[in-house]
Design a protein around this ligand. Structure first.
Ligand SMILES: NC(=O)c1ccc[n+]([C@@H]2O[C@H](COP(=O)([O-])OP(=O)(O)OC[C@H]3O[C@@H](n4cnc5c(N)ncnc54)[C@H](OP(=O)(O)O)[C@@H]3O)[C@@H](O)[C@H]2O)c1
Length: 274
């Protein structure tokens, strides 16, 4: 599998935007959304809501990542941090000593992530497939006060079109519009946006004939629009490659790209050390 990374620097585009996009496909996902961290699955939900690869990486982070000096730490919200890349991003930032708020679709998944990632400042809940829920989630986030960084990581694939659309595109749009702007926003996209169509007509008319690739093109375009309309905060879009999370493995246990590289860009952007 060839791998290509595109970096659109803020200066080059004049939009305050950096997008790191990698080639590779994204497989569909299949999960329960309610499993325990250990019990039915292994530790960190291996075999339930995480692959063994993600669970092993969470163990690696716990054992090897050390905190930064407190003056360098930030307050970060990771949307969709109960599994996969979002959980790895949250875990790494937590181990570095940042104040991390996780987000879960429901109370069961909130309990799972509290158990998996001790030390979280808080967990907010809200199912992003329901736009009313997303609006209420935005209010809950605002109740917690300002964030330095929000990582819009939650994503769906291999479910119905309406769910893919709502989770991947209108929900991060609503959260961006309704939540007090952070100093840094990061949006998770996919190289599959390259085959996507913006489907603006569908969006305007409330249609749901939108594929995963369409939704990721929408969110990449939205990230660029946010960067243009809000010149103060930094805005980035990241395509993590095809990596072995539940989403990456849902069409079979094969994903050619590097799992660690799939979340380290988000950590690097959140820390904003360069
Ligand atoms: N893995 C890849 O190869 C790949 C490639 C390109 C782009 N991406 C993008 O990277 C991001 C992370 O994907 P991943 O591979 O880490 O997938 P994942 O392991 O399936 O994790 C997805 C996360 O999003 C959450 N989520 C999904 N639907 C939700 C909903 N309705 N409400 C609230 N939360 C919801 C999940 O919650 P639950 O744990 O409760 O399901 C989970 O925390 C996504 O935006 C994805 O599109 C992934």
């Amino acid at each position: 599998m060839t791998r290509r990374t595109l970096l659109f620097s803020a200066a080059a585009l004049g939009m305050g935007t950096l997008a790191a996009c990698s080639t590779g496909q994204t497989a569909s996902r299949a999960r329960t959304g309610t499993g325990p961290a250990s019990g039915g699955g292994g530790s960190f939900g291996a075999g339930d809501y995480n692959t063994q690869e993600v669970a092993d990486e969470l163990g690696y982070i716990q054992e090897n990542v050390r905190p930064l000096p407190s003056k360098d730490t930030r307050r970060v919200l990771v949307a969709g941090s109960t599994g996969g890349l979002g959980q790895l991003t949250a875990a790494h930032l937590l181990a570095r000593g940042h104040r991390v708020v996780a987000h879960a679709r429901n109370e069961q998944r909130a309990a799972d992530v509290r158990r998996d990632l001790p030390g979280l400042e808080a967990v907010v809940t809200g199912d992003l497939k329901d736009l009313g829920e997303t609006r209420r989630l935005a209010a809950r986030i605002n109740d917690l006060g300002a964030f330095d960084v929000i990582v819009h990581n939650a994503g769906d694939y291999g479910v119905g079109n309406e769910e893919i659309l709502n989770v991947n595109s209108p929900s991060p749009y609503l959260l961006t519009s309704l939540v007090d702007p952070p100093r840094q926003s990061v949006y998770l996209t996919s190289d599959l946006h390259l085959g996507g169509d913006l489907k603006l007509g569908e969006l305007r008319e409330g249609g749901t004939d939108v594929t995963y690739g369409d939704s990721k093109l929408q969110i990449l375009t939205f990230a660029m629009a946010v960067a243009r309309r809000r010149p103060g905060p930094r805005v980035n879009a990241v395509a993590p490659g095809w990596v072995p999370t539940m989403m990456g493995f849902a069409n079979g246990p094969y994903a050619p790209d590097d799992l660690r590289a799939g979340y380290q860009t988000q950590v690097w952007l959140a820390e904003g050390t360069e």
